[in-house]
Design a protein around this ligand. Structure first.
Ligand SMILES: *Cc1c(COP(=O)(O)O)cnc(C)c1O
Length: 356
């Protein structure tokens, strides 16, 4: 039976990425050796790193003066590495969910944190809008896509002269981003890019070096800028896989084309939810709804059918639609690599269940 992959992360990768990565595990770059057993300083791997950085910059139209890094530690390490490198006195944070809160907790270790706005009062089911970013902050941090709650900020927030920092773990490459407005963008790769194990960081070079504290070598971005993410052994296989995904995105026509498909996929699923008598979306305001993670629950009168629907859908090949424990219900993640066909299958499955 055909499986449809709605997992939230790690999550669906293109078949192009998976096949080419599998091939490289057997025979990398015609070396007659696996990519798992060769030096990261070989010219063959250096070529992978160089091409991945170049394509990353090309696809996101990253201006001069920025570096793209491939590091370890996940987005969670960035929660502390960002303030360690950029927070001199005070930073502003937008509190839109679990990941944002974790970033706030770490930032407090390095300076004053101003929580500029929060949507905690309604279990993070909306994006706060009535706020102004105060002047004089070292940076303003936000989470562009709230993977757990299914909300998303698709337009760069208005921050005046304050530079932006964003966690884009779960919606990178789903739309164009004006990188010039940012000091730093980071994310774990395991949602829209690669298998777990590599973290991307886009950093404005002259944003670095303005804090007084002593930085451990490995946690100083300048180490990795200087060494092209090769100060120590980088996560070679995830970086190879990331390169395949980037090539695939280029074949698709780049982020503008990907965005169109993402809009169409999400519209179809939200429409099916909104028009159903059984299901209801957890994010009421359409403008706040994530294109990446569609969260929905049973209406109260059908609440006891929740488990039945999971079982029904799983039996039909819908994988990973159980909602996060903080929200309950269901979550269908529609990352870039998910085909429209899978959305159609899920919508069909919801209809069949309701008719039954
Ligand atoms: C998954 C996720 C994280 C955590 O990433 P790790 O690589 O597991 O540390 C952080 N932020 C967002 C928005 C995420 O979706």
């Amino acid at each position: 039976m055909k499986k449809h992959n709605f997992y939230a992360g790690p999550s669906i990768l293109s078949q192009y990425t998976i096949k080419n990565t599998a091939d490289a595990v057997i025979n990398f770059a015609d070396m007659g050796l696996s990519i798992l057993e060769i030096s990261h300083r070989s010219k063959q791997f250096q070529a992978v790193m160089d091409e991945a950085v170049a394509l990353f910059k090309e696809l996101l139209e990253i201006p001069e003066g920025y570096s793209v890094l491939f590091l370890g530690g996940g987005a969670s390490l960035q929660f502390c590495q960002v303030p360690m490198n950029l927070l001199a006195k005070k930073a502003g944070y937008l509190d839109t969910g679990v990941w944002a809160s974790k970033a706030i907790k770490e930032a407090k270790l390095f300076g004053v944190v101003d929580i500029v706005a929060s949507s905690k009062d309604r279990n993070y089911n909306y994006i706060p809008k009535d706020y102004t970013v105060p002047e004089g902050l070292d940076y303003f941090h936000y989470t562009s896509n709230n993977t757990i709650y299914g909300t998303e900020i698709r337009k760069d927030p208005e921050a005046g002269n304050v530079r932006l920092v964003a966690d884009m773990s779960s919606d990178i490459f789903s739309r164009p981003v004006d990188v010039s407005k940012y000091d730093l963008i980071y994310g774990g790769a395991q949602k829209n890019l690669a298998p777990a194990g590599v973290t991307f960081v886009i950093v404005r070079d002259d944003a670095l070096g303005h804090v007084d504290r002593v930085l451990p070598t490995m946690l100083d971005y300048r180490t990795h800028v200087k060494k092209g993410s090769m100060f120590n052994t980088p996560p070679v296989l995830p970086i190879f896989a990331a390169l395949q995904t980037l090539k695939y995105y280029k074949q698709l026509g780049g982020v503008r084309e990907i965005e169109k498909t993402c809009v169409a996929k999400a519209a179809k699923l939200y429409e099916a939810i909104d028009s159903s008598r059984m299901f209801v979306a957890t994010v009421p305001d359409h403008a706040d709804r994530s294109l990446m993670n569609v969260c929905f629950v049973m209406k109260p009168e059908y609440a006891d059918l929740e488990k039945d629907f999971i079982d029904f859908a799983t039996a039909k090949g819908m994988m990973g639609i159980k909602g996060h424990r903080d929200v309950g219900g269901f979550r269908a993640s529609l990352y870039n690599a998910l085909p429209m066909e899978s959305v159609d299958a899920l919508v069909e499955c919801m209809k069949e269940f309701q008719n039954k």
